[in-house]
Design a protein around this ligand. Structure first.
Ligand code: PLP
Length: 411
């Protein structure tokens, strides 16, 4: 009999997005003439930069001739891209990184979901609350969660609440944990950590022989020069941290698919006998067994992000999204809402008005302004009483949404 991995039974259905879809559909039926604006999406709306398009076309042409055709590539990525990443994303910030510490992949989603495979099932996992749900579900599937209690929390996870009260900067766990998921700039709260705050985590991980899984998918949105772009800017992080990055939100690759994970040679975890094992070699083994690499064409497109033209175009794109963030932030503040994020991240995290919970605010925004956002409670119990809007919409729609919120929302 083929028994199922029963850990899958502990997964909760993706209630959040199906419930949003259900409510939006019902609203559309009742108000067929209403023009909805969606500011809940986590997907980009701008096309790929011209430098990337040009490189993609050239790479397609290379595939048309026997001399330049490429079949299977290196599973962990072509050197031409890994070297650019090491030089531009790390070297230029004073962080030494070798090309063979950079693993090119098809997404930060798959890498953040898959990396936990390297660790034992009885590892204790710490997660911020609210959180990007992939870290949760991948560890549930792997059997590390236990069951969910009545408060909406898995019994074996250690939750690190992030609320306005602690400035969305979670306290260290009050007990030993083995794996720590951190995401900065944060989805969904838009919060960032300073060097000192991040150092606290690196020191904790070194003390506890834990590993930090650091998701920096939104690194390119950092504006404040005091905010670190990489965990490897922190002394000692090479022994205890893995970093995930992506071209998705940096250069519009959400549909094109290219990302990378950085695993320093010093990063390690331990056998039952206490013997240290390098995570770089283990991740290499895992990827070369289960993954056959990102298409050559796509990697050529990603490499074009690092050309002078590519860098200027990407900066322009991100600047436009961050202008959307400013418009949303200031618009909402002007009607008295308490707004967080949106300064170093494309996410705006809004405190719902007194007496209105996350779903109540969702309905209010939908009914009064015809704007769709995401209820904070969908990202974890500590997201209750908050609401997420994103800066990835079109400018005209973002402006109109904010105008409607300013003039139609009955607060
Ligand atoms: N990590 C975070 C925090 C995200 O918000 C997202 C996408 O929304 C991802 C990773 C996924 O990135 P990718 O498109 O590279 O899979």
């Amino acid at each position: 009999m083929a028994h199922i991995n029963e850990s899958y039974f502990n997964l909760k259905g993706s209630y959040l997005f199906s419930e949003i879809a259900r409510r939006v559909k019902a609203f559309g039926k009742a108000h067929p003439d209403a023009k909805l604006i969606r500011l809940g999406i986590g997907d980009v709306t701008k096309p790929l930069p011209p430098a990337v398009i040009e490189a993609l076309h050239a790479a397609v042409d290379e595939m048309a001739s026997a001399e330049s055709f490429k079949g299977y590539g290196p599973e962990t990525g072509y050197e031409f891209l890994a070297e650019k990443v090491a030089e531009h994303d790390y070297g230029s910030r004073g962080v030494k990184m070798a090309a063979d510490e950079v693993f090119i992949s098809d997404g930060a989603k798959s890498d953040t979901a898959n990396f936990q495979e390297l660790f034992a099932q009885d590892c204790t996992v710490a997660l911020t609350d609210p959180v990007y749900p992939v870290y949760v579900d991948s560890n549930v599937m792997a059997g590390r969660s236990g069951e969910m209690n009545e408060n909406g929390r898995y019994e074996r996870f250690v939750y690190l609440p992030c609320t306005a009260e602690n400035g969305f900067n979670p306290a260290l766990p009050d007990r030993h944990v083995d794996l720590i998921y951190l995401c900065y700039p944060n989805n969904p709260t838009g919060a960032v950590l300073t060097r000192d705050e991040l150092k606290k985590w690196v020191d904790y991980a070194r003390e506890q022989k834990a590993v930090i899984l650091y998701d920096a998918a939104y690194e390119a949105y950092i504006r404040d020069p005091e905010v670190p772009h990489s965990i490897f800017e922190i002394e000692g992080a090479r022994e205890v941290a893995i970093e995930f990055r992506s071209f998705s939100k940096t250069a519009g690759f959400t549909g094109t698919r290219c990302a990378f994970t950085v695993v320093p040679k010093e990063a390690q975890a331990y056998g039952r006998n206490g013997e240290a094992h390098g995570l770089n070699a283990l991740w290499f083994r895992r990827q070369s067994t289960k993954f056959n690499g990102v298409p050559y064409i796509i990697q050529k497109g990603a490499a074009a992000v690092y050309t002078e033209a590519g860098q200027a175009q990407v900066r322009g794109m991100i600047g436009d999204y961050m202008e959307n963030a400013r418009i949303i932030r200031e618009g909402l503040e002007s009607v008295g809402l308490n707004v967080f994020g949106g300064r170093n991240a494309p996410y705006i995290w809004v405190k719902t008005p007194e007496g209105i919970d996350s779903w109540g605010f969702f309905d209010k925004l939908l009914n009064e302004a015809h704007v769709v956002g995401t209820p904070g409670s969908g990202f974890g119990p500590s997201g209750e009483g908050y609401f997420r809007l994103t800066a990835f919409g079109r400018r005209d729609q973002t402006e109109e949404a904010v105008e409607r919120i300013r003039t139609r929302l009955n607060l």
